[in-house]
Design a protein around this ligand. Structure first.
Ligand code: SF4
Length: 488
């Protein structure tokens, strides 16, 4: 079985994950397909930087690469392929330089990251074994300082920037060498490599094979304790403690962790008296508010930069008194119909609600940050929006984090977790758009002129339903917390 760049990367996280992934390819979800599309577009702009470059075919790529390298009139090769033993790789750009070649790996991120270095040096390693003298390794990435003037194609020299990481060769290459051995051993194995319940199963996200590896479930593990930092978790695992029930020495834990552990043991949530104080700070009418934003590698509107946040949608539920029934809530929303810059209308439509509300309830400091960004971009109305929000804001997530120690939060306080935990019968499960990442992709699809109108219209409906549930969820959680602390 071949050790590709992908398999190598997966094996760094967990050899068993690489083994499974090679045998059980999951269908690509929308987020992954979107990332691939972005990567392909980055590749197209990267190639424009080298007008004399020769694009090599994927089919019979090894042979074509050999011939292209032998032809000294070729100064730049795109997508050259290499194979040695079980190791296979294909580079983005290979540029002939005095004494050998410069390898350039283009990425859609906004800076050089350790992962990118590892991938680039993996390629350099394979090429070195193929007898290609590598004299430099560079990472190309998106330049967030580039301000797109609009009405013209992106300037490929400005959109992307290239940085050499060659000086890191002696640090990274030994890791790549060790990593390749791990990946080769994992993939060559007849049996799946050993499983361990460890941090890697949950970070950077829940492993897709979690249920396959741990069918007994993972609830009650130390990885679901909030505020337990990962270094401390690693130490506990090394000493044989994986389940929080085995954590008898609590001397180094903070109070909220100890209370969460107690809640996990008893199976009952613990509400701090401070919750009452926090909930009492909400004055009515209260506006429960949520924003959606998008950050695209390719600037969307004139005067914006790559990955600059564009605030395209908001939802607000105005509630006139704490126990007000759902039938009396007033719902407001904003999402543009067309592909124009939405930011001024975003501010102007929300202003009357911010003026009316006595308290503005949000979930995390995200809304304040976004209004700050609108203000820095000098969007009309944003200054007043920001001033009003700062004067009236109340953070529901902070109230939960500080005062609710729930056995089922599993170390998370995102609204996707707290809604179904605190409000029975409600979750994001039935929606077509279920999270912020999907909302970003949905918005980009909706404003794309290539999208068929019926799909754009459906996507708009999905976006409205998603953002509406975010603010409905906040009201329901707020009311559930009020009920939870009522004296019985
Ligand atoms: S669940 Fe854990 S042990 Fe299993 S493949 Fe994933 S990371 Fe590896």
């Amino acid at each position: 079985m071949s050790v590709t760049k992908r398999a190598y990367k997966l094996a760094q996280r967990c050899p068993r994950l690489a083994w499974y992934s090679e045998r059980h390819r999951s269908p690509l979800d929308e987020t992954i397909r979107w990332r691939i599309d972005v990567g392909n577009r980055i590749g197209e702009y990267a190639r424009r930087r080298y007008p004399t470059g020769v694009l090599l075919p994927w089919r019979d790529g090894l042979e074509a690469t050999k011939e292209a390298i032998a032809d000294t009139s070729n100064s730049v090769l795109f997508e050259p392929s290499f194979q040695v033993g079980s190791l296979v790789t294909r580079a983005d750009v290979l540029e002939r330089v005095p004494g050998g070649w410069r390898l350039i790996e283009f990425k859609s991120g906004a800076s050089v990251k350790p992962d990118y270095e590892q991938e680039a040096f993996f390629q350099a390693y394979v090429m070195g074994l193929c007898g290609i003298p590598i004299e430099d390794v560079c990472i190309g990435f998106v330049n967030t300082a580039y301000r797109w003037p609009g009405d013209v194609d992106y300037d490929h020299n400005e959109l992307l920037q290239v940085e050499s990481v060659w000086a890191r060769k002696d640090k990274v290459m030994p890791k790549v060498d060790a990593g390749i051995r791990i990946a080769e051993a994992a993939l060559a194995s007849e049996e799946a490599p050993a499983k361990h319940l460890a941090r890697k199963c949950f970070r950077p996200d829940d492993c897709e094979f979690l249920e396959k590896c741990h069918p007994e479930g993972t609830s009650g593990t130390i990885f679901h304790i909030p505020d337990l930092n990962w270094r401390a978790a690693d130490k506990l695992v090394e000493s044989g403690i994986v389940f929080s029930a085995d954590l008898t020495d609590q001397s180094e834990l903070n109070e909220s962790t100890i209370r969460t552990l107690a809640a996990i043991r008893t199976g009952k949530p613990d509400y701090d008296p401070g919750l009452q104080v926090a909930l009492d700070q909400v004055k009515f009418p209260a506006l429960f508010l949520d924003f959606e934003t998008v950050g695209s590698a390719f600037p969307l509107f004139a005067g914006t930069r790559p990955y600059e946040d564009i605030q395209f949608q908001w939802s607000g539920h105005m509630v006139d008194y704490a126990a007000q029934p759902e039938s009396e809530w007033r719902h407001f929303e904003f999402l543009p119909e067309g592909a124009e810059d939405p930011r001024e209308d975003f501010c102007q439509t929300i202003l009357p609600l911010l003026r009316e509300a006595a308290t503005v309830v949000h979930y995390s400091p995200y809304e304040e940050r976004q209004l700050g960004a609108l203000n820095r971009a000098e969007i009309p109305g944003s200054q007043e929006c920001l001033d009003l929000l700062k004067a009236k804001q109340w953070d529901l997530m902070v109230a939960i984090k500080d005062n609710v120690f729930h056995p089922d939060f599993k170390g998370k306080t995102s609204i996707k977790v707290t809604l179904p935990t605190l409000v029975e019968g409600f979750s994001y499960d039935g929606l077509n758009i279920k999270d912020g990442q999907a909302a970003q992709i949905g918005y980009l699809r909706m404003i794309d002129s290539q999208t068929p109108p019926e799909i754009a219209a459906q996507t708009r409906e999905d976006l409205l339903a998603y953002c509406k549930l975010d603010t409905e969820a906040m009201v329901r959680i707020y009311q559930a917390l009020c009920l939870a602390i009522l004296p019985s």
